[in-house]
Each structure stands twice: as structure tokens, then as C-alpha cells.
Write a protein that binds this ligand. Sequence first.
Ligand SMILES: C[S@@+](CC[C@H](N)C(=O)[O-])C[C@H]1O[C@@H](n2cnc3c(N)ncnc32)[C@H](O)[C@@H]1O
Length: 452
Amino acid sequence: MRHFPIFLDLVGRKALVLGEGEMAERKAQALAGAGATVTRLARFAPGDLAGMAIAIGAGAPEADLRALAEAAQGLGIPVNIVDRPALSSFIMPALVDRDPLTIAIASGGAAPVLARQIRARIEALIPPTYGRLAAFLGRAQRELRRRIPDLPRRRRLIERLLGGPVAALILAGREAEADRALAAELDADAPSPGMVFLVGAGPGAADLITLRAQRLLGEADVIVHDRLIGDDVLDLARRDAARIFVGKARAHHCLPQPEINALLIRLAREGKKVVRLKGGDPFVFGRGGEEAEALAEAGIACEIVPGVTAALACAAAAGIPLTHRDAARSVTLLTGHGKEGAIDLDFPTLVRLGGTLAIYMGITALPRLAAGFAAAGLAPETPAALIERGGTPAERRLFAPLAALATRAPAWSSGGPALLLIGPAIARAGRPDGDARVNLTNVIPRNHPISL
Ligand SMILES: C[S@@+](CC[C@H](N)C(=O)[O-])C[C@H]1O[C@@H](n2cnc3c(N)ncnc32)[C@H](O)[C@@H]1O
């Protein structure tokens, strides 16, 4: 982070705006809007900075702007010369103003146009009435603190308020009714038990997470996560949320499953809002089913939030239609990692299905899988692909007929999570017409050349 973000209290303080023109006028108005007493000057003399809390320069002669910058920096007064980062000790962010809610967006000077575009999106997302809601909560703060001193409980109540009739009444401008609704909520509030959300984080890219998952990450007291969760996904969590890593790599279970179950139950019983974050979808080879059962047995409320599973993310990124009217009438999700390393698949049935097979955790067992399919009559030239870290910027792909893929995989693999896809639809990868013969050359590789 190039600039440290802060919000400055300027109420009743003095501010200097040096220069003339529209930009200087806008800065003066912004400072006055923040409660500052603004002095406007066309030229600069060093004594002008006496008592100033902040100074901004725009549209003044170069020598004056430089003199202002130098003098202010010497006195430790925050100074901004518009569009001159080298002369400035702070930059002005793009603002979404929902007073008292203020959202500031900055790109460290690298991409101001992008920052402005993001501001426009946030403007559209957050209606102007949200300011009213923030002001209401501000007024209610003292009473809420007095009635509910415990922070997690208070936070849960506020979340309930924001999702319920109190917020709806405020946004509709019916403040007296909102006051009555708030009083009723406070009288009814009892210590509520926590809850566990089994949340799918998708394949690893933060923008493939669902909106619901994103919201819950922002609300949770604790995030319990496993190995496949990247930092950019975890960064969506509240800053003060506790993060507990419980591991899970094949054959390297950091915390045994029964202990993970017990941890989730204990955290919920402490009244916490727990997000159990799992790569992909929690119910696809994620042991989410076992966790949900354990929570149900313990009487803990649980909600399942689906995620984009690896098969969908990898296929989409590689342009592989998992089903295709002419090439695959079914898609089967399988694991190549049976209990104690054994492979327990009904190869003849899978071959008879003739659709697309998406095999999770299949790379180590690939030679045994290929042999099993061959013995069951699957042609060795059946199209296949390995997609490593699919749906993330580090994605790699290897396309080859199944028998060749099995031979080449060990040297190709970099050890990241990889999905094995087998079936005629793999040959349709990236085909815009979806009709003619097998042609894998038109798939655009990301970081790795396509191999046929
Ligand atoms: C324990 S399973 C978890 C699957 C996860 N619940 C899901 O729905 O994607 C882990 C396996 O999923 C596959 N996998 C997960 N993320 C992947 C990714 N980004 N790219 C390729 N395969 C992935 C790999 O086969 C990995 O060994």
C-alpha cells in the first residue's frame, strides 16, 4: 500500500486553498463541506500557512505551488498539489459520499480512471438513502452499547437490524416507526447461539465466489478454512475476524475431521458466527456432508452456501463443454483418491456411460486409472485433459489422449490441485461451431502450450 488511508477531522480547523479556477473552487467547497474554515489565495507567501491544518494547491503559478509544497512539508502540514504527486504529502481519493458513510477509493496515483470507474459502480450499488441508515445506527449506538455490552452479540443484532424491518423503515424515511421497531428488537434480544455456514469458496479466484459467500465472509466472527483457499479470497473477510487454518492436503491432514467437527461445534456454542470455508463446493468431495451431519447432531444451525466446483471452473476456463449434444450426454464427478489409496471405481459402467468424466484428486492415481479404463474397453486415444489450478491466474492445461496423458503427467505436474477430464467432449475445447472433427489446437493456452 503506497498511501496510508485515514479520514481527517477538519471541523473548526483552518484550511488553505491556493490558486484559481474550477479545480481550486471544488477543493475549497469540499473542505468547507467537511467543516473547515477555508482561506483562498491566488499567490503564496510563507506566513500564509500559520495555523493551517491542511493545504491544497491548484491553478496557481508553478513557483507558488512549489513554495507551498515545500513550506507545508517543512511544517508537517498535509499538502496536496493537484495532479502533482511528487509535490504532495497526501492524495485525494475518489469519494462516494453517503454522509456519515464515506467510501474513499484510491489507486496510489497508478490508475485514477479505474478508481473513478469503481466509484461509479459503488455509487450505483449503494443508494443515497444509506446515509440515513448510517446516521440512524450512529444515533442508536450508545443505547445499543448500554443494552448489549457483548460485542459479538451486539454485532449480530445490528446485522439482524440491517437485514430486517428497521432498516427498511429507515430507508423509506419512516424514522419514528423505525425507532419503535428497534425498541421491540432490543426488548426481545436474548443471547443467541452461533451458527455455522458451510461456504464454497470456488476454485481459488476471489471473483468466482458467490455474492452470498462474500457477504458472509464480511460478517463472520471466525473463518475456518482449508489449504485450497487463497489470500485474495480470505481478504474478503472482516479485518478482525479470527482465521483458523485446518489444513487438508492429500495425506497431510493437519486436523483430523472429527476435530474439525468438534471445533465448529465449540465455536458455534460460544455464540460465534462461523464461516467454514471450503475450496470449490462444500458438498463436492469436500467432506461438507460429514460436517453438516455433526452440526445437526449437536443441534447447531447450519446453512450451506454452494460454490463453483473445480469441474465447472476448469471446464469453463479451458472452453470444454462438459456436456454436448453431439459428444457427451452426461457428466460424472468422481474421485481418484479412495480410502487408503485404493481405487474403487466401476470402470465398465463409467465406460458404458460414454459422457464426460471429471476426476478429482486423480493425478497420483492416473496410471492406475488409465489402466482401469483401458481394461474396461475405453480407447487409449480418448480425448483427455489435466487442468491444474483451474480458474486462477496460475492455471495450466495439458491436453492429450488418455494413454499419452498418463505417461506425460508426472513430468508436467507442478504439484498444484489438478482435475482430470476424460471423454469425447474434451475434443470440443474452445470450438465456436461445435460441429466438425476433433481439433484441440484452437484452445488458447494460458501459461502452458497445448500438447496434442
Ligand atoms: C478435496 S477436493 C475438494 C474439491 C472441492 N470441494 C470442489 O468442489 O472443487 C480437492 C481436489 O479438487 C480438485 N481441485 C480443487 N480446486 C482445483 C482447481 N482450482 N483446479 C483444478 N483442480 C482443483 C483437485 O483435484 C483437488 O485435488
